[in-house]
Design a protein around this ligand. Structure first.
Ligand code: ATP
Ligand code: MG
Length: 266
């Protein structure tokens, strides 16, 4: 059975697709067989990343490890209730038993597909920009003390997904919040968000990782379908000290996923 790694956050632009691309390529370079399903049917960022990657490899004649793409297709009659579940399950079946991991990229909104993916997740990775505006979807914070007052909409949705899994007798979701676009400056905000996350993680049960700093290298290779983890196979990834640090950030996220039997090859 493939392990389902779901990248979700109802907040748009939090870094779901960016993280999903880097985790996918990290797994591929570690020798894992990876399938991906893009549930953001308008943007299909993750799917396009792998199309770009295939094109790059084909036109250059390079053997780049790549993922299989599973598709959710809507039926003729979308009035039929429950079609999303059928489409979601058949995308998983399309990838079949041939993969070790299925990476699912969710849209930045609550849709029937993203609710299904959250309920099916073995691991849920929620990237979070280092901002109280993004934090607000996870929990409400007291303006004077920065203490968490209570969970808010996204955490409640994850809570519902957890309940659904428990009722079905499945293992609990391993939930990881990864801070994203951390800046080298703005230490005050960084510390405040960090404290609020520590507080919340104890209350609602997730682990959090430092995640990715804000770096151009995480976005500029997208048209070629590459990431910094491809540095040994292509010349496009500049050999710079900052890229060594960037690779370490991705490595730390992959380590924190605690995937049984995975030996990191990056
Ligand atoms: N760590 C980072 N460093 C630099 N740029 C980043 C980083 N993370 C994300 N970005 C950029 O921020 C924007 C939003 O990121 P991304 O598309 O991954 O978010 P998303 O959560 O998938 O968004 P959506 O909800 O629209 O699907 C993109 O332009 C991306 O290149
Ligand atoms: Mg996205």
């Amino acid at each position: 059975m493939a392990r389902l790694l779901v990248f979700g956050n109802e907040k748009g632009g939090a870094g779901k697709s960016t993280l999903a691309m880097h985790v996918s390529t990290g797994l591929l370079h570690s020798g894992a067989k990876v399938g991906v399903i893009d549930l953001d049917l308008r943007q299909i960022t993750l799917q396009r990343f792998f199309e770009n990657r295939q094109h790059y490899a084909n036109t250059r004649g390079i053997d780049l490890p790549t993922a299989r793409v599973g598709h959710v297709t809507s039926p003729q009659d979308t009035h039929q209730s429950g079609w999303e579940k059928i489409a979601f399950d058949s995308a998983i079946t399309e990838l079949g038993g041939g993969v070790d991991y299925i990476i699912i990229d969710c849209p930045g909104a609550l849709t029937p597909f993203s609710a299904l993916a959250h309920a099916a997740a073995d691991t849920l990775i929620t990237p979070l920009n280092d901002s109280f505006i993004d934090f607000d979807l996870l929990a409400r914070v007291d303006a004077d003390t920065n203490k968490v007052k209570g969970p808010s909409i996204y955490s409640e949705m994850v809570w519902d997904a957890r309940k659904e899994r428990a009722l079905a007798g499945d293992k609990p979701i391993d939930w990881i919040v990864a801070r994203n676009r951390l800046s080298a400056t703005n230490m005050h905000n960084k510390r405040n968000v960090g404290e609020a996350l520590t507080d919340l993680s104890k209350r609602i049960g997730f682990r959090f990782v430092a995640g990715l700093s804000d770096r151009v290298i995480y976005r500029e290779l997208f048209p070629k379908g590459l990431t910094i983890l491809d540095h040994k196979l292509v010349t496009e990834v500049p050999r710079k000290m900052s890229n060594i640090a960037a690779r370490q950030e991705v490595r730390d996220i992959l380590t924190e996923l605690r995937l049984d039997g995975l030996k990191l090859g990056i």
